[in-house]
Design a protein around this ligand. Structure first.
Ligand SMILES: C[S@@+](CC[C@H](N)C(=O)[O-])C[C@H]1O[C@@H](n2cnc3c(N)ncnc32)[C@H](O)[C@@H]1O
Length: 268
């Protein structure tokens, strides 16, 4: 049966690859690449560099397909994304059926960790549900940008026994529940942290994490928000794209009190 591997490749540093990921790379006959056009050239370069550096078995192929664009005429965001996923599922199916032999092994190299804000797994589920091509699927976990952010800032994501909330810029801009104290924000093109009370949070921000262009800023939100905004604008203009992630930490006495019971609970 055809095999499909979704291999997490980390968030920008080729040394993020796990030994399991390297072993998986060496089993692949065909790498599938969805070409997003122009701006993501740097990311394609990194994927190529990873293959050249780690693959010791010659003869693999790379097959590119044009990534469909989201249809701006569909007003509802969930419907627009659903239509886009359906188009991508049809492309995946065509790649699996047309480019792999019956016992062939294909792979997508997935940015960061495949289970985190990445649609590849959901699309593969759709392809399986369509039942037009038989295949098995395996996932190789990767280092996510969140782990890199925490490591670079030398900060733990949670307080002792506390919860961590992971969300998007879009959702943050719609409002943050009062009892969410430690919040990781991804996919924020609009600087949603500007909607918050800057006196009430610390921020740990990182862009291009794990790459030579890495940028890190941390501090009281009110004091560093402007610096992050201007760094972001300059870097985006210079490189044509930016990926950034940040941890927000509520500093109020209430937030500290919410964390405190964990300190006195049965496990200390
Ligand atoms: C489509 S999501 C993919 C997340 C990925 N699966 C992961 O595990 O990190 C893209 C978002 O991840 C974050 N991201 C990914 N790579 C990053 C990097 N090298 N530096 C900073 N943020 C990154 C950004 O918030 C970006 O908008």
């Amino acid at each position: 049966m055809r095999r499909l591997l979704l291999i997490g490749i980390g968030a920008g540093d080729p040394e993020h690859l796990t030994i399991q990921a390297i072993a998986a790379l060496n089993q692949v006959d065909v790498f599938f690449v969805l070409d997003k056009g122009g701006v993501k050239d740097d990311l394609s370069r990194l994927r190529r560099a990873i293959c050249e550096r780690y693959i010791r078995v010659p003869g693999y192929r790379v097959v590119e397909a044009r990534d469909p664009v989201r249809d701006p005429r569909i007003a509802s965001y969930p419907e627009r994304v659903a239509a886009w996923h359906a188009e991508r599922a049809a492309i995946f199916e065509r790649l699996l059926a047309g480019e792999l032999g019956d016992d062939g092994c294909g792979a997508f190299l997935v940015w960061g960790e495949p289970s985190l804000y990445d649609s590849t797994l959901r699309i593969v589920d759709q392809v399986a549900a369509r039942n037009n091509v038989a295949f098995s699927c395996e996932i190789v976990p990767g280092i996510s940008s969140i782990q890199v952010l925490a490591a670079k800032h030398k900060v733990a994501l949670n307080r002792i026994g506390g919860a961590v909330h992971i969300t998007t810029g879009r959702r943050l801009a719609a409002g943050l529940r009062e009892d969410l104290d430690d919040v990781v924000v991804m996919l924020d093109g609009e600087l949603a942290f500007k909607t918050l009370d800057g006196e009430a949070f610390e921020i740990y921000w990182g862009a291009y994490l794990g790459t030579e262009r890495e940028l890190l800023v941390s501090g009281k939100l009110s004091e560093v928000a402007g610096q992050i905004e201007s760094l972001r604008t300059v870097a985006r203009a210079q490189h044509g794209w930016i990926m950034d992630t940040y941890l927000l930490r509520r500093t109020s006495a209430k937030a500290a009190a919410r964390a405190a019971p964990a300190l006195t609970g049965p496990r200390g």
